[in-house]
Design a binder for this molecule. Sequence first.
Ligand SMILES: [Zn+2]
Length: 153
Amino acid sequence: MYYEARVNTIADMSDNTIEEQIEALKNMGIGKGHIIGNTLWINDANPSGCGGYEAAVLLIKDGQYYSLESITVPWCNDNELIGFVRSFQNVSAMKETYGLSFDNPVKVNDVDTQVYFDCGCCGSGFRSTIKVQAKFDQDSGYGICPSCVKRSR
Ligand SMILES: [Zn+2]
């Protein structure tokens, strides 16, 4: 699952060799993303989690992003990763395989749009914008919900 409430640092790896792309995916840190052709791979790991990280793969189409797949990268060998990277470039095949619809784009690094956050204080989910939550200096994907803000005053 891709967390819209995070801001990710994105590098375009499209012109790198497939070997370099695979190395980059295996070494991608939290909050980092790599564009490979028409896909954006983002390290979506929970900062408090341990072990293998899960990459959210988003399909890029007409400047919009759509959730495609989640891949636990350390569980894959290089050949499997190469297979994913290559097969994801075939959009019409992906559309069929995943039953993709292009109705609900996800927000990537959009600081002004309402997205879901987890409250770092009480744990409840709420909607806000990255811009509003930035001042609370929480880990990516977390914020402080309105009722906790009120309580702390
Ligand atoms: Zn709260």
